[in-house]
Design a protein. Structure first.
Lengths: 124, 124
């Protein structure tokens, strides 16, 4: 049975919150075993838990805030826009992306593809 | 070689314009041979030109306007939010979706997946 829209929405909200202010374990808890991460699309997909852990480990120590934009859900797929702001003293780096995810029956993430380019990253 | 961001952006803008106010041929001209369309995700993909033609033929006669929202591009992928408004006399039906597309080297669409649910369709 496909996961409910509500459970997918809840996973997405937890994901955005955890990426910005949580730990790597918080983020990893939202992924299903065997999940893949391609961020940005065009780079080599990360296909092991160690590789995914490494990826989120890079941003864990950063001071970040995130805002969730448009969210669309269909069957076991979702796409959503979100903006992640990294605060470095007086400076801010803002990145706005669309993530495309698939989910298992428990609304755990089975794949994540992030669509963005250099143009979507702005320093203030 | 992957298509340029500019050429993908141009295809997306033509697509949204053609879906709203163009002919089926205008839309089909943006697709590569062998392209697939899954709209919404979870329904059977349309894998022949005839099936894709039939799909866009349904909305061709409608009076519609469209607005392109957030667009993100990475390698040969793009995702974008757009709102399509169908005008029926005094009534309007508004649908807001995120389309995920892949492109060939000439920035023709090789696949389209539309992510939306009943909740994303609103009548005014």
């Amino acid at each position: 049975m496909a996961p409910s829209r509500e459970s997918i929405q809840a996973t997405i909200e937890s994901y955005v919150k955890s990426v910005a202010g949580g730990t790597v374990d918080d983020v990893l808890a939202l992924y299903a075993p065997g999940a893949t991460v391609e961020d940005p699309v065009g780079t080599d997909p990360r296909t092991t838990e160690a590789a995914i852990r490494e990826f989120y480990g890079i941003i864990e120590p950063l001071e970040q805030t995130a805002e969730l934009g448009v969210v669309k859900i269909a069957a076991d797929h979702a796409a959503f826009n979100f903006t992640l702001v990294t605060h470095m003293g007086e400076q801010k780096v803002e990145i706005s992306v669309i993530d495309v995810m698939t989910f298992d029956d428990d609304a755990k993430i089975t794949s994540m593809k992030a669509i963005w380019g250099q143009e979507d990253m702005v320093a203030h």
